[in-house]
Design a protein around this ligand. Sequence first.
Ligand SMILES: NC(=O)c1ccc[n+]([C@@H]2O[C@H](COP(=O)([O-])OP(=O)(O)OC[C@H]3O[C@@H](n4cnc5c(N)ncnc54)[C@H](OP(=O)(O)O)[C@@H]3O)[C@@H](O)[C@H]2O)c1
Length: 285
Amino acid sequence: MEYVTLSNGVKMPSLGYGVYKIAPEKCEECVLDAIKVGYRLIDTAQYYDNEEAVGNAIRKSGIPREDFFIVTKVWLTNDGYHKAKDSIEESLSKLNMSYVDLLLIHKPVGDYFGTYRAIEEAYKEGKAKAIGVSSFNEKLLKKLYDFAEIKPMVNQVETHVFFQQKKLHRLMDELEIKHMAWAPFAEGARGFFSNPVLDEIGKKYNKSIAQVALRFMIQSDIIPIPKSTHINRMAQNLEIFDFSLEEEDKKTIASLDTGKSTFGLEYGPRTGKILYFLSKLFYHG
Ligand SMILES: NC(=O)c1ccc[n+]([C@@H]2O[C@H](COP(=O)([O-])OP(=O)(O)OC[C@H]3O[C@@H](n4cnc5c(N)ncnc54)[C@H](OP(=O)(O)O)[C@@H]3O)[C@@H](O)[C@H]2O)c1
């Protein structure tokens, strides 16, 4: 496994395993499989309802806690300083851990400035080794950055070949914020796994479409966190450190960018309000 270094000196694996939409009863087995094939960064969230399963898998693996890099996120209905403080404790208790390696605001919705203060406090208390945000666009990230006493170290955002986030990436470079990619396969949308351009490039290196897309991110200084429930695919998604895309192939892949979210998640105040309202109704975590 290769590592990147965050602005506070903490080392983070350059590729991780995400557990969104993996049911709690299946998640422990999936994470154990992921650990077996070599993943050490596991990305969970309160919202996924599987923090407990992730914690159980880490302990059952028999591998020391400090070898892992565990990411969790404060969900948007736990916004604001007081609720966020309680919810961070709840996450640690579900994970059965004294700290997480990276603690993020899940979405820029509600009183996320208050949430960030609680996250900063968790960092000072040693309950999070690094902190950051998720799904923050340029404008929101800059505002949060200016507000922050402890600057965010990571922004986890939708990123894949069809939505490469080049402008946001340049800003994050300037601010020394690492770019973590959620939905690195666009969750399979837009015919991702049968894309002819990626397929053609894959043939040249004897690699799959998934591997070409992940390798492109690694070479673009982006940390992908692909999800799979199949151990053979988990292993395949890790086997990307034994080849390098040539410049012309990188250029071809760069041209697949549409500049638009596949999921319509551009966080303006209106989207935020709708999401907040729906979450209050349907999420009781
Ligand atoms: N911060 C946020 O707001 C946010 C939002 C979304 C996601 N995330 C994080 O990002 C992680 C990844 O995103 P995601 O789960 O939404 O989607 P994704 O990783 O883009 O795509 C997952 C899909 O790809 C399939 N797949 C995986 N590897 C494959 C391979 N080698 N060949 C063919 N199919 C393959 C999986 O199927 P199988 O499972 O059947 O293999 C699954 O259907 C999440 O798990 C979560 O941790 C964060």
